[in-house]
Design a protein around this ligand. Structure first.
Ligand SMILES: *Cc1c(COP(=O)(O)O)cnc(C)c1O
Length: 382
């Protein structure tokens, strides 16, 4: 650190130089991310509440009220208005909280969790932090979790089973209803990771899609992860964790001596209220209709993109269920396709199971970007 500070103008000039090196969602060039351009209404609300700390909610009762309202609205969207939860940093923190609740409900030796092979890596972190053994269930031919594999892995050590509504790599929806039945019957905590799908599946179904049930309307579902900073258009970092019952929060709660609340169940202490304000504002401003339009537009462009990819002679890994397209090309490795696309300015990502080029058609991706992308894809075809 320098002894003397520099002028504000100089600071911002330097900041702009760094910012120039960042990619922007607006450019349409980011095709491999689940984040997107935050909606302006969310940004404005976020900015208004930068000082608010939900780690000490007695001081910020307005924000706390908004958090309760957001949780209730998300609960309604997911089949149950009286749910309990928090707006946190993202899917990772939500999944860690869910696994912590499940483990604390049981308090057994050598606890195990069962996650699909397609699960997000946050469960590895959760397992490590919480000292859980993670068992991976196999997938079926459509890359959804294989029910029999889950059944085989269940033992008296199982404290939680995880199902995914919108897998990170391929956007697949596991057979949540069947998993719910199995867990209900065996009295096992069942968590649904809808970090990606939570803000699109319900809205797509409202406009006539026929996507499978995945939420609290299924009686075995104990908790759901839903990320407003993905398809919810909220600024980063905004995640959501919802529990069916308050007892799941209670088993994680610790006393907080010097704060305005007596107990705290979240992992972090000081926690921004800005994310809550942004989500609250967006739910009000966009309404179901707004989110229906966003989700269906992404699906229409997904169809356009997958058709284009097939027409160009590449192979889809699977027909997209949500707005994620994964493909490979004969005689060329996915990472080489990605490298060639990168040279043309496209930032795609690589899926690992199976190895493929992965594109997430997020709301910042417009038709003109897809058309330009397909032109460039044609060029790299031999
Ligand atoms: C993105 C994602 C996560 C992780 O969320 P972060 O917000 O990146 O922490 C977890 N699960 C699924 C299914 C995801 O798609």
């Amino acid at each position: 650190m320098e002894e003397k500070g520099i002028t504000k103008d100089r600071v911002f000039e330097l900041l702009r130089n760094y910012k120039k090196r960042d990619m922007t969602h607006r450019s349409g060039r980011i095709l491999g991310s689940m984040c997107t351009c935050p909606h302006e209404v969310g940004l404005k609300a976020y900015h208004m509440f930068l000082e608010s700390n939900l780690g000490d909610p007695g001081l910020f009762q307005g924000t706390k009220t908004m958090e309760n309202e957001v949780i209730a609205t998300l609960g309604q969207l997911l089949g149950k208005s009286d749910v309990y939860g928090h707006i946190i940093t993202g899917g990772t923190e939500a999944n860690i909280m869910a696994m912590r609740a499940a483990r604390n409900m049981c308090r057994i030796e050598d606890p195990e969790i069962i996650v699909p092979k397609s699960a997000h890596f946050s469960f590895k972190k959760a397992a490590d932090i919480l000292c859980l053994n993670m068992r991976e269930a196999q997938l079926d031919s459509q890359y959804r979790v294989d029910i029999n594999s889950v059944k085989e892995l269940i033992s008296d050590k199982t404290v939680a089973v995880v199902g995914i509504a919108g897998t990170t790599e391929l956007g697949k929806i596991d057979p949540i209803e069947e998993l719910s039945d199995i867990c209900l019957e065996r009295e096992i905590f069942f968590h649904v990771d809808a970090a990606f799908g939570g803000f699109s599946i319900p809205f797509l179904n409202q406009v006539g899609y026929d996507l499978p049930k995945f939420d609290f309307s299924l009686p075995g579902v104990c908790s759901v992860t839903i990320d407003p900073h993905k398809m919810g258009l909220a600024p980063i970092p905004t995640g959501g964790i919802l529990f069916r019952d308050k007892s799941y929060l209670d088993v994680m709660s610790v006393e907080t001596p010097y704060l305005t609340e007596e107990n705290q169940s979240t992992i972090v202490g000081t926690r921004t209220g800005a994310s809550t304000a942004a989500t609250w504002a967006l739910l009000k401003h966009l309404g179901s209709e707004g989110y229906q339009k966003i989700a269906s537009r992404c699906m229409e462009l997904t169809k356009l993109l997958s058709q284009g990819i097939k027409d160009t002679g590449f192979q889809l890994i699977t027909e997209p269920q949500l707005n994620i397209v994964a493909f490979t090309g004969e005689g060329i490795a996915p990472c080489d396709i990605a490298k060639l696309l990168d040279e043309k300015g496209w930032a795609v990502s690589i899926a690992s199971h199976p190895k493929s080029v992965r594109i997430i058609v997020m709301p910042h991706v417009k038709e003109e970007h897809i058309t330009a992308f397909l032109e460039d894809l044609k060029d790299i075809r031999y």
